[in-house]
Design a protein around this ligand. Structure first.
Ligand SMILES: [Zn+2]
Length: 331
């Protein structure tokens, strides 16, 4: 990831920039095809939107976890959902939000975790879940709700001090975007419009993925809220917009039609996991001695990270070292 800060880009919350054609051109040149999000506000009223393009990171998740098309659609939505929920965190910090969807559908547990820096990771329990299709206004669509089933959505916010804050709501549709909107309303008292779309092609590849969270801020006028609702309703699916080449800032403008759109912050997004061989080693040290002994007998062990699918292989020698360390630690 490029770390350099471009002079024309707004720096965190400090700078608000009008979304002029020149700024749009600069954004395009800077981000090109990479995934990113924009946080935008309206100049004339108190509306806010976080709009993201996440095509690449959803495709990386698919390849890493060898996801079926249906599993790709579900995990992609959850990853984007977790990214949108970073709106609840302090921008640019190490704060994290974990989204856990526990339904009785065939996909099983769905988990996605994102931090305020725009790094996201996640997994589904059943990566091979078959495709369920439903028809909506004459169009065939993934039946996300059928794969997820009935159950609960839990959000865990780790703000970096004390016990993480955890709250659950029942799943209202299993379609994830609506469920997140319901969570925001019930648990955070934030009325919001949430849309998430993941377009999976014939070959299973992710062709377009993204989403938005739009909300009135305290002090927003009734007219502005109505206008926002109207704009949201008239918008085509977000994955369609991204497939057409619309960028997050373009979608922010569509959401804020009738207002002047201003940029508050930008966030580069990536699929990234914090796992390492060192962490995997820690897991082995924590194992009961008999189990570790068994692995040594087998001659090697491989520890797979749930979140990203990475496998860490330990040789017999490494396992013996771990055993020695463990025995020393126990005495
Ligand atoms: Zn990992």
């Amino acid at each position: 990831m490029e770390k350099k800060n471009m002079g024309f880009l707004p720096n965190r919350e400090k700078l608000v920039k009008e979304l002029t054609p020149q700024v749009k051109e600069d954004l395009k040149n800077y981000f090109q095809d990479r995934d990113y999000g924009v946080i935008a506000i309206t100049r004339e009223d108190a509306l806010r939107a976080f709009v993201v393009k996440a095509t690449n990171l959803c495709e990386i998740a698919r390849l890493r976890h060898k996801l079926s098309p249906m599993a790709t659609a579900v995990l992609g939505r959850a990853l984007i959902g977790a990214i949108l929920l970073t709106s609840l965190l302090k921008h640019g910090t190490d704060q994290r939000v974990l989204l856990r969807i526990e339904g009785d559908g065939p996909i099983g547990l769905v988990v996605a975790e994102a931090n305020a820096k725009g790094e996201v990771r996640g997994f589904v329990q059943n990566p091979n879940v078959p495709t369920f299709v439903k028809e909506e206004s004459g169009k065939k669509k993934f039946d996300i709700g059928k794969a997820v089933g009935k159950g609960t959505l839990t959000v865990v916010k780790d703000l970096g001090f004390g016990t993480p804050y955890e709250s659950s709501v029942p799943l209202v549709s299993g379609e994830i975007a609506q469920d997140i909107a319901y969570y925001l309303l019930k648990s955070e008292q934030i009325p919001s419009a949430v849309a998430i779309g993941v377009l999976v092609g014939e070959t299973g590849k992710v062709e377009a993925a993204g989403g938005f969270l739009a909300q009135p801020l305290p002090g927003a006028s009734e007219e502005a809220i109505e206008k926002l609702e109207e704009n949201v309703k008239s918008l085509p699916p977000v994955s369609t917009l991204i497939k057409e080449g619309k960028r997050p800032e373009d979608i922010a403008e569509l959401l804020f039609k009738g207002f002047t759109t201003e940029l508050l912050a930008l966030k580069e997004l990536s699929f990234r996991c914090k796992c390492s061989k060192e962490l995997a080693r820690g897991g082995l040290i924590a194992m009961p001695e008999e189990e570790l002994e068994k692995l040594i007998e087998e001659g090697q062990a491989s520890v797979k990270c749930n979140f990203c699918g990475e496998e860490y292989v330990f040789t017999k020698e490494e396992l013996q070292e771990i055993m020695e360390e463990k025995r020393k630690g126990n005495n």
